[in-house]
Design a protein around this ligand. Structure first.
Ligand code: GDP
Ligand code: MN
Length: 349
């Protein structure tokens, strides 16, 4: 069974007093946010909630990354909100541009076609740089190299429940490498040939495919086709050493070479998810049921009234996406032989 690194349990004296710092070792970990200067007030809201629900008792650092220099307002506002140290990094051009092997004409044509078809962000160059950066580069920026675990936070997210323990420490003590709170089906028009590239990688690098992996989460036919399930990567707590491993880098480089970040519109969510699903043993991926989260348009609100009340949650359980038809979380439970929480069937639709 998982080691649960709770210094306190519900009902213990001090449970309600979240000013008490939980005892125990600190992890070598940081929050990380990719943002533009114009995101300052939306990231301010996210930080305030992360601090109130968790970090004001732990004071972990926060790394901000941007393809443009951060301005004084952004730095002032975010530094005043974060209880740990803040660091601001400028992304080098090589990590935010077209690699030389990309055919610009072909990429341009794709953007025009996708604009016609009204595919979300289909005509955007910057969105593609963002997805490629999050897939292959954020974890090796100089400011990130000092850390072993990261927690990704985007502008405009919400956290609905108190977090009474250190999720970084949970990851460490239970040997987890990747985690999620929401999962869903990817929009196929953004990744038509992604799975072909993945199959090519599997063939070229069988040494990177883990025994006891989560292929059954990703494919309904043993790997022939992709069922489009992925973990939503706007929330992630994960291991930076894993992302910096030869296995992950070989995977990223192989996909990058195939060009789908620009010839299609591959997202970092399916890229991270497929990597985790194939190259980690399945017990190294964790579902954080107790981290209640919103990123437009989906909510993860923990199933179970007692849990929600003990964590002082303010989400509406009717909004919970976990057991709805478009979520892949029930599948994650099934392939891991996990028992679904009591009441899940009532939340189906
Ligand atoms: P969505 O969640 O897929 O709709 O995409 P977002 O607009 O939220 O972008 C994902 C993350 O990348 C967020 O943290 C954004 O702040 C960040 N981001 C998106 N585009 C850019 C960009 O051009 N420059 C920078 N610096 N950050 C960006
Ligand atoms: Mn977002």
């Amino acid at each position: 069974a998982d080691k649960y690194p709770l210094a306190l349990k519900p009902g213990d004296p001090g449970w309600d007093d979240l000013t008490t710092i939980n005892s125990g070792p600190r992890m070598n970990a940081t929050f990380v946010t990719l943002a533009r200067n114009g995101d300052v007030w939306e990231i301010a809201k996210s930080i305030r909630q992360v601090e109130d629900r968790f970090n004001r008792r732990y004071n972990y650092d926060w790394v901000f990354l941007n393809d443009q220099p951060f301005d004084d307002l952004f730095k002032k506002v975010t530094t005043s909100l974060v209880s740990g140290k803040t660091h601001y990094g400028l992304i080098p051009t090589e990590h935010w541009s077209f690699p030389p092997h990309i055919d610009q004409e072909k990429a341009k044509k794709v953007r025009e076609d996708m604009a016609q078809k009204k595919i979300i962000y289909g005509d955007s160059i910057s969105y593609r740089h963002m997805c490629r950066f999050e897939s292959g580069f954020f974890f090796r920026q100089p400011l990130m190299m000092n850390y072993e675990y990261y927690w990704r936070v985007e502008p405009s997210i919400k956290l609905f429940c108190d977090i009474h323990y250190d999720p970084f420490r949970y990851m460490h003590e239970n040997n987890k490498k990747y985690s999620f709170v929401l999962s869903l089906y990817e929009y196929i028009d953004t990744i038509p040939t992604l799975w072909d590239s993945v199959k090519k990688f599997i063939k070229n690098h069988p040494e990177h495919i883990a025994a006891g992996n989560s292929m059954a989460f990703l494919s309904d036919d043993g790997g022939e086709t992709y069922n489009k399930c992925h973990f939503w990567s706007n929330f992630e707590i994960g291991s930076l050493s894993w992302l910096r491993s030869k296995a992950y880098l070989d995977f990223f480089n192989s996909l990058d070479q195939d060009g789908g970040f620009f010839y299609e519109r591959w997202g970092d969510a399916p890229v991270h998810s497929i990597a985790a699903g194939l190259m980690l043993p399945k017990d190294q991926i964790h579902f954080f049921n107790d981290i209640a989260y919103y990123h437009v348009p989906f909510t993860h609100c923990p199933t179970g009234e007692a849990l929600r009340q003990s964590l002082r949650c303010h989400c509406d359980p009717k909004e919970n996406f976990d057991w709805k038809g478009y979520s892949c979380t029930a599948r994650f439970f099934d392939i891991n032989n996990m028992e679904k929480p009591e009441g899940w069937e009532q939340e189906k639709d």
